[in-house]
Design a protein around this ligand. Sequence first.
Ligand code: ATP
Length: 250
Amino acid sequence: LGDLDAQFSVRHLPACESTNSVLMDAPPADDGRVHVVLTDRQTAGRGRRGRQWQSWQGGSLTFSALWRFDAGAPVPAGLSLVAGLALARTLEQLGVAGVQLKWPNDVLIHGAKLAGILVELLPGRGRTPAAIIGIGVNLSLPPTATIEGQKAVTDLQRELGRDVDRDTLLAALLRELHGLLTTYAAAGFPALRAAWEQRNAFAGLPVSILGEAEALQGTCIGVAEDGALLLRGEDGVRRILSGEVSLRAA
Ligand code: ATP
């Protein structure tokens, strides 16, 4: 990471159940650095709402970063959008075409899911508020991989026609994350909103929002200043907060 070396501490585990859980269960002391847990083999990766995230030894980048906000700062919503944007920009720098963001937390390439992001807040207990940002990127999926619940999935090898070194990708992504999270901590999501909107996979398209008692239908018209999804339906524009809902093409 060159000039950023002093700002990160990367702990490498040959195997673990979930890199988010490693940080959640035993958060490293606050020494001013961003603590990262990287694993070669994640055996019980989690998605949102109890879903599973699958990864393959040698075929995935799987890590979590613990980001601490300044004391007293409210831990803002919208962090998973920032993490998605950091990954999108990193991929674009590598030459990946067709990178899109699906609210709130997915990175798609031409509509196929390449990566998953799970942001969890670390309970404060009087300390500085902190967020655990977990990211899984498919580098090369085994030909036999079966992933339920997705119309299409992809990997970086397929998108670029070449192998991408995991640790090189991690370093580039941490650099981008550091830059965007610094902006976010100082100026909030409004400073990054336009960049997110440019890559919105569903801008202007009809979508369904699943997860509430009743599915909502409408047109995705963008994201608000706090990262909420803006959905235009028959009775006007509704704000959808992330967390317990999923977006689908209608
Ligand atoms: P969705 O992506 O279906 O809208 P979500 O955002 O709630 O839902 P996540 O928490 O990001 O989902 O990820 C979990 C889902 O991702 C799983 O239910 C599965 O469909 C899919 N998935 C799991 N592993 C992979 C993988 N390696 N590549 C692509 N998709 C995966």
